[in-house]
Design a protein around this ligand. Structure first.
Ligand code: DAH
Length: 337
């Protein structure tokens, strides 16, 4: 049987099909219901078990060769038919425009509001050394405050880590510029935390810093109130709660009044009606000095907020993981937003 197959293969290699008709009669004789291949496949059943493998492979090769020898007539295909219609009144193919990611939408809005107030947008590296992420910000070595932020350490010497907050950009800016300084620094930050519906190991923050002569806590409060009214609505109320950060003194946490009637999910304000938006405070004089700024001449305030929390609140997204899954059904919701 192998010999017969070989002969057919040779014959097919010599065939030159030029017309549709030739192609059709070739198809019938080789690939038709009563064709050569069908007959050979029936005969295959009688082949000795030890010859089955080689004969089967040869049969398949022959089938492929027969199929390849046929004329491929594209004039009959669907695509071609459509093209040939030349109906210029048909609606065009619609393309699928993308959408901005909700994190980008919220970040851009925050940035725009602060830029209107005279803040300049700055960026810093995502891989930071210990000095910029911790030491210059008044986190002494071995200080328990370092535990507030579980760090992804990269190397010991040099002491590199993924930045745990955008406050590192404060340090870089103060080292490079002289006051007055008025910057915001949006960016990605990393924490070695378990992933859940409320927290992720990668997220985004916007940092703010204002250093000048005579900057006071009242300036901080008014700036944050102006931002909150602009972002959340004219009627927004804020409150500042005492808190602790190593790099600010005094430190506060800013909440906005969210109201219990808007509490679709009890985790939103935990039944208090107040939604925590950011940390803030007056830059600690020790931080100013670490960065080469005279703390007797200058004062300043700083603040830092998480973009995901604000985006979750704005778009009523109950699970932070949705931002990182790139599910098109989720992302398509932000078209035209
Ligand atoms: N870096 C803080 C954090 O990641 C947020 C923060 C709090 C930034 C107070 C500040 C600030 O600039 O003054 O939790």
């Amino acid at each position: 049987m192998l010999e017969i197959i070989e002969e057919h293969l040779k014959a097919i290699s010599l065939v030159k099909i030029k017309t549709k008709e030739e192609s059709e009669s070739f198809r019938i004789s080789y690939l038709g219901k009563k064709g050569i291949l069908q007959a050979l496949f029936s005969e295959f059943k009688t082949v000795k078990p030890e010859d089955k493998k080689a004969t089967g492979a040869a049969l398949n090769t022959l089938k492929k060769a027969a199929e390849n020898a046929l004329l491929i007539d594209i004039s009959d295909t669907k695509i071609n038919k459509n093209h040939n219609q030349e109906d210029y009144t048909r609606p065009g193919y619609s393309n699928l425009p993308g959408a901005q990611h909700p994190i980008s939408l919220v970040r851009n809005e925050i940035v725009k509001i602060f830029e209107r107030m005279g803040f300049v947008t700055t960026e810093g590296p995502e891989i930071e050394d210990d000095w910029h992420n911790f030491s210059a910000l008044n986190f002494p070595l071995e200080h328990p405050a370092r535990d507030m932020q579980d760090t992804f350490f990269l190397s010991k010497d040099p002491d590199w880590a993924l930045r745990t907050h955008t406050s590192s950009v404060q340090v870089r800016t103060m080292e490079e510029q002289t006051p007055p300084i008025r910057i915001i620094a949006p960016g990605r930050v990393f924490r070695n935390e378990a992933i859940s519906s409320r927290s992720h190991c990668v997220f985004h923050q916007v940092e703010g810093l204002y250093i000048d002569k005579g900057v006071s806590f009242a300036d901080l409060k008014q700036t944050l109130l102006a931002f909150s009214k602009s972002f959340f609505g004219e009627k927004t109320e804020i409150r500042l709660r005492p808190s602790y950060f190593p790099f600010t003194e005094p430190s506060a946490e800013m909440d906005i009044w969210w109201g219990l009637e808007n509490e679709v999910d009890h985790r939103m304000t935990k039944g208090t009606g107040w939604l925590e938006i950011m940390g803030c405070g007056m830059v600690d004089p020790a931080v100013l000095e670490s960065c080469g700024i005279d703390s007797k001449e200058f004062t300043g305030f700083a603040f830092g907020m998480g973009i995901e929390r604000i985006a979750m609140q704005r778009f009523q997204i109950p699970d932070i993981r949705a931002f990182y899954e790139n599910d098109l059904r989720f992302l398509a919701n932000f078209k035209g937003a």
